[in-house]
Design a protein around this ligand. Structure first.
Ligand SMILES: C[S@@+](CC[C@H](N)C(=O)[O-])C[C@H]1O[C@@H](n2cnc3c(N)ncnc32)[C@H](O)[C@@H]1O
Length: 331
């Protein structure tokens, strides 16, 4: 190996070591000093991880992707180039904004993307259908209440390497990337969350089942996408299974007993404000069938998803206690 090659090898080793040290120092700073003084350095997401992030979010031509702290704009540009999505990068470093804009021009995607020099905490993110980030744990946690309060239900959030504390991801994956840390290689984690609708509180509806008019009540305590529910059918507590909330799509199965005969009722609906519209499929030895279903919220609940505990300590939320939900539902 010649002197030139060796010194180049040494230089790239030094670059990688500096990148790693910067990340480590930032992590320590964010931990010890709090987010106010933590600085997120520019460390680009390797291109193979960018591909994983975009395909995990199932980015398509109808999407509007916002990357918070967009670096050289690779997530936004790639989403436009590969999937025809529109996008916006928010970045505080003017040189990176300039580089992103120039690269977008060279790639012919300037009609789809924009790069804005702005603090990511001040960015208007409400129109995003996909939000990406490669920040730091403390910054993610500071952002979390805003993400939950501002993003529409169903918006996909994808984060490289860092999670959102006790808001469990809907999907997690880990990849080895040989391009990581300036090509020294390393593992990358990718997290995906679907922003949940607010379904907390008390809901009621009436159904005609087997020629009988029956009142239903659903009481929901919610923490992020996790629900704790109690269902009453004609004033009686009934078992509920397969409860799932994904964005604004809610589904659950009630094991009812109608005229002394067991019936499994599978409810599926979309939440829009204080209403749910959907269908119910009933199945039992004496009855079968499908019908339209709509419910209204009669009482708003405490949705601890938008909590005042951004550092991850779950508040003691009595509404998450099943017994408390059940007791409240008899009020
Ligand atoms: C780790 S890099 C990620 C870059 C890009 N998102 C990617 O994945 O390749 C984080 C970026 O966030 C930017 N950044 C950090 N804090 C910011 C803030 N408060 N407002 C806007 N940008 C910020 C940094 O300048 C840096 O470019």
């Amino acid at each position: 190996m010649g002197i030139y090659q060796r010194s180049r090898g040494l230089a790239s080793w030094r670059r990688r070591a500096v990148a790693r040290l910067m990340i480590l120092a930032s992590l320590l700073l964010s931990g010890f000093l709090g987010v106010a003084r933590a600085q997120v350095p520019y460390v680009p997401t390797p291109m193979d991880v960018v591909e994983h992030m975009l395909s995990m979010a199932k980015v398509g031509p109808t999407d509007f992707l916002i990357d918070l702290g967009s670096g050289d704009g690779r997530l936004v540009r790639e989403a436009a180039l590969r999937f025809g999505a529109r996008g916006m990068g928010i970045e505080r470093d003017p040189e990176l904004i300039e580089r992103s804009t120039e690269l977008a021009r060279r790639q012919g995607v300037t009609d789809k993307v924009a790069f804005v020099k702005q603090d990511l905490f001040e960015a208007d993110i409400g129109d995003a259908t996909v939000l990406t980030m490669y920040l730091l744990p403390a910054v993610n946690m500071k952002l979390r209440p805003r993400l939950l309060a501002t993003l529409k239900p169903g918006t996909r959030i994808v984060s490289h390497d860092f999670d959102l504390g006790d808001w469990q991801a809907d999907e997690t994956a880990e990849f080895y990337s040989k391009l990581k840390y300036g090509e020294s290689g390393g593992n990358s984690k990718v997290f995906l969350w679907i922003v949940p609708a607010d379904v907390s509180g008390r809901w009621s509806w009436r159904l005609e089942v087997g020629g009988q008019s029956i009142d239903y009540e659903l009481r929901v305590a919610q923490r992020f996408q996790k629900l704790d529910v109690v269902v009453r059918v004609a004033g009686q507590d009934r078992k509920v299974e397969h409860v799932e909330l994904r964005g604004d799509a809610l589904s659950f199965t009630v094991l009812a007993d109608i005229k002394g005969s067991p019936v499994r009722q599978q409810f599926k609906g979309r939440i829009g404000g204080d209403a749910i519209e959907g269908t119910v499929a009933s199945k039992g030895p004496r009855m079968q069938g499908a019908a339209e279903w709509s419910a209204v919220r009669t009482e708003r609940g405490f949705r601890s998803a938008v909590d005042a505990h951004p550092r991850g300590a779950a508040p003691t939320d009595p509404s998450m206690n099943h017994a408390a939900v059940a007791a409240a539902s008899t009020r």
